[in-house]
Ligand binder design. Structure first.
Ligand SMILES: [Zn+2]
Length: 237
């Protein structure tokens, strides 16, 4: 099997684990090369802790979670938590595009236009990553958006106002990887993950599937059970 390359572009330490940790663990275990790009340090996400110290805590948690998930490479862009929409957009796009051009991922995952929780940083990275993807002009690469589902509700604690359904959807069965997902979630201790017990005990409580909508190429396609499935694959049973 040809090893695939997956690039994940998100806003905060923990965005990789809570909503989509099962998918990342699954593809890493299958031999895919995963690159995680985290735009901000999450330095305003630890109450009563100074930003510089909070950034250290959150980066340490991020690297622990990435190791648990099997992510090969973690890049921090170092922007300010809560202010990504005030970062110079040309610079962010240029950095993201350069990473795409050098890594040539088979697929890129980022937030969709709902940002799952609607957090302004999630909306900003959605926009910037999409624009960078289009500018990178990778002819065979796909762009996926994290779609709202039971998994994102559990992980992020909010119900997205956008419902599933429009456009092609990849439905990833993460059943065997839920224990790993719990371990990764628990690495983000400063964020009080919604799973506190032994990972093997918590895993059955997590949703079995994570959902992604296919944003590029812009084609009509049936639902897929794999991010790399041929487009227009047979509908899921
Ligand atoms: Zn976030």
């Amino acid at each position: 099997m040809t090893h695939r390359s997956l690039m994940v572009i998100l806003a905060h330490p923990d965005d990789e684990s809570f909503p989509i940790g099962g998918t990342l663990a699954k593809y890493a275990a299958s031999g895919a090369h995963l690159t995680l790009i985290t735009a901000t340090a999450g330095q305003h996400g630890v109450p009563a802790v100074a930003p510089a110290q909070a950034a250290d805590i959150r980066y340490a948690e991020l690297h622990a979670a990435a190791a648990a998930l099997g992510i090969a490479e973690v890049r921090h862009l170092g922007y300010t938590d809560g202010a990504l929409d005030q970062a110079p957009p040309d610079e962010v796009r240029r950095r993201l595009r350069a990473l795409m051009v050098t890594h040539r991922p088979d697929a890129v995952i980022t937030f969709g236009p709902d940002g799952i929780s609607g957090h302004p940083d999630h909306l900003a990275i959605h926009r910037l990553a999409t624009e960078a993807f289009d500018a990178a002009n990778l002819p065979d690469a796909r762009l996926y958006y994290i779609a709202p589902s039971e998994a994102t509700r559990q992980g992020c604690g909010v119900v997205s106002p956008v419902t599933l359904a429009s456009g092609p959807v990849a439905v990833i069965d993460i059943g065997p990887f839920r224990t790993t997902k719990v371990r990764a979630m628990q690495c983000h201790a400063s964020q009080h993950p919604p799973v506190s017990g032994p990972p093997a005990d918590e895993a059955p409580r997590l949703a079995c599937h994570e959902y992604f909508t296919l944003a590029r190429p812009s084609v009509a396609a049936d639902a897929m059970a794999c991010l790399f499935a041929p487009l227009n694959a047979a509908p899921l049973a």
